[in-house]
Design a protein around this ligand. Sequence first.
Ligand code: 5AD
Ligand code: SF4
Length: 388
Amino acid sequence: MPANTDKTKKVKVFLRTFGCQMNMRDSELICGLLQKAGFLICDDADKADVIILNTCAVRQHAEDRVWSQIGAYKSGKIIGLVGCMAQHYKDGAFSRAENLSFVVGPQDIEKIPKIISQLSAFSCQPSAKSLFEKKIWETDGLIRPEEVYHTGFYEDNKHVSVVISEGCSNFCSYCIVPYVRGPLRHRRKKDIIREIQSALDKGADSITLLGQNVNAYQDGELNFLKLLKEIDSLKGLREFDFLTSHPKDTKNELFKLINDLVKLKKALHLPVQSGSDRILKLMHRGYNRKFYLDLVSKYRKVVKGGLLSTDIIVGFPTESVEDFKETLALVKDTGFNAAFIFKYSPRSLTESFKMIDTVSKQEKEQRHKMILELQQGISGKLRKKDKR
Ligand code: 5AD
Ligand code: SF4
């Protein structure tokens, strides 16, 4: 079906999100931009004229799911690959999936409405499709215009996510994020507060602040701690939290604030990735096991009863049984409320991609299962204790 043969009919767009909370928020930004431009957001891919996949490139598995999903869509629709995978493959994505019409990286999302208009107009031209296929890609953007954050579109108007920083400059050796999302950039405090205030005015009362490494936030003299204090003082806000903290930038003062600020949730997501010093060094994490454990014990001391969660990668290149046992012991001793466990996935562009992926698929699966089962037991026990 051509996208808009009837000029009065709005073009319907279906958007599917893969990946992290940052991507969920990006999808809201895209929906906001599309609505503002007069498109209709619809929740049924079959009825849509345009399908957008907002994607993740962190692990191969996430990418595989997207390629097979694209292949499953019916022909005759305009299909767009957006987000981290789009930035990863750029125009090379067109040869991976022939039915793709556009490819847009995370730094170029404001261009999506115009691209869809161009493609819809093109698909209306009689016989245009039979002559040649129109493809558009935008993956050269460096920063987003601030206004993309201010369309006021949130999936849940009570609990909203607000981005405070974009990108990452840490270059952990396994991670593709700095390559596809660019270097760390901070939004201005005044813009963040303007967005939050406007959401509060419209009835929100709970906020999650988002960034790959929120602790590194800086706007002139104002650091993350000062930002938290300002947000805590906003009228109408009931509670707030933040994601994600990098251990190397997490200080005791943060724990004091988590304890003292009335509205800030007593919770911390602090990815450890591995319990082995040797592996942490190869991962370029910038801390060792002792540093991490000391940080956790300070947190526990200052924030009584505070929740703690983490991310762990099993099967990093050269991870031995001994290295793995150190991670297992760290999980056992720390008592995380939740842990997200991932099997190492080699990513092109990254430094560890050059290393041989030594741990077999089967071994990774086994290590993954062992930590998962251990953690499920710990999480269950902690939940029961909390209920008492
Ligand atoms: N393989 C497996 N897991 C990864 N992560 C990041 N890169 C990779 C990779 N190449 C995990 C880390 C990070 C989480 C968001 O994804 O644990 O904290
Ligand atoms: Fe990736 Fe490391 Fe940056 Fe997190 S801190 S996004 S793991 S490079």
